[in-house]
Design a protein around this ligand. Structure first.
Ligand SMILES: [Zn+2]
Length: 63
């Protein structure tokens, strides 16, 4: 099963149809490049993309 990125918060969800981070069901398989955020509190990238939960975030999402 393909990994899907959330269009709302960029979180990459491995299974299921809803985003684990924000609950949105607006997911897409059309994304590439990701960053893994371990500690959103200490990550500058997390702040710049608004990530609040640890996990994989897509950097490029086709809207
Ligand atoms: Zn989301």
């Amino acid at each position: 099963m393909a990994e899907k990125a959330c269009k709302g918060c960029r979180y990459v969800t491995i299974e299921g149809t809803a985003c684990v981070a924000c609950g949105s069901t607006d997911l897409t398989e059309k994304w590439n490049n990701y960053v893994y955020i371990e500690d959103p509190e200490k990550s500058e990238i997390a702040k710049s993309i608004g990530a609040k939960a640890p996990g994989k975030y897509a950097l490029n999402i086709k809207m």
